[in-house]
Design a protein around this ligand. Structure first.
Ligand SMILES: NC(=O)c1ccc[n+]([C@@H]2O[C@H](COP(=O)([O-])OP(=O)(O)OC[C@H]3O[C@@H](n4cnc5c(N)ncnc54)[C@H](OP(=O)(O)O)[C@@H]3O)[C@@H](O)[C@H]2O)c1
Length: 208
């Protein structure tokens, strides 16, 4: 049910077809918001966040928005000794540069008091084997969020959602997270609602 005290917002959601993105999409629509989805396939707007020209085209097509939310970002999973320089570059491009580009190019498209919400993850603070590039990327995005928060124009806000592994992803990733306490993905989705409808900025919302 929508909250009548919260004005309806126009929100771009990147990665709405993924495990996290589907939950965020449901939560935002339940709150009565208009959500424009963007990703490489099966979305309202075709977008490859690793391509700056594609990000520019997204903002050209979508016009003025109240919020940009990212639930995308890919990194390679390899032991340190197997990592090539190209893997590190791919991970940095896939999760860091891509999300920074959403912010950098989105400054003039996001309304006054609007927000950016980026995705990081628990590996920023709790390393696992094969996760060095993921840790690097998550930490970099979190540092960027804190820094960008004090420079955004027109009262815009920025936060990151930093979850542990989702119950819904245990089949895919569970073996990498022994002893970690998984969370239902809807808890991460609630952090997006908190970021978008709330008033905080520069926050890293840990979901664990
Ligand atoms: N799963 C977990 O347990 C977990 C826990 C903590 C953090 N996270 C983080 O949450 C994020 C999403 O994870 P997930 O498990 O939901 O992933 P997922 O199920 O693989 O979904 C990824 C989504 O991002 C889109 N996407 C991928 N690459 C893209 C690109 N270059 N440009 C635009 N869209 C792109 C995909 O759509 P297209 O393929 O159509 O582009 C899809 O909608 C990741 O950054 C992950 O590290 C996940």
């Amino acid at each position: 049910m929508s909250d009548q005290t919260t004005p309806r917002k126009k929100i771009v959601l990147v990665g709405a077809s993924g495990t996290l993105g589907r939950a965020v999409l449901t939560a935002l629509r339940e709150r009565g918001h208009e959500v424009v989805t963007a990703s490489r396939k099966d979305a309202d707007i075709a977008l490859d966040i690793t391509d700056p020209a594609s990000v520019a085209e997204l903002y050209r097509q979508v016009g003025r928005v109240d919020a940009v939310a990212s639930a995308a970002g890919t990194v390679p999973w390899k032991r340190l000794g197997e990592l090539a320089a190209e893997d590190v570059r791919d991970g940095f491009e896939g999760k860091v540069l891509s999300q920074v580009e959403l912010v950098r190019q989105g400054l003039s498209s996001v309304a006054e008091n609007g927000s950016f919400t980026l995705i990081t993850g628990i590996l920023a603070r709790e390393p696992i084997r094969t996760g060095a590039v993921a840790s690097l990327a998550n930490g970099a995005v979190e540092s960027f969020v804190r820094a960008a928060a004090i420079e955004l124009p027109r009262e815009q806000r920025i936060n990151a959602v930093s979850p542990t592994v989702f119950e819904e992803s245990l089949d895919a990733y569970g073996d990498f997270f022994p002893g970690f306490d998984p969370v239902p993905v809807r808890r991460a989705a609630a952090a997006y609602v908190r970021s978008i409808e709330g008033h905080q900025t520069g926050q890293i919302y840990r979901v664990e």
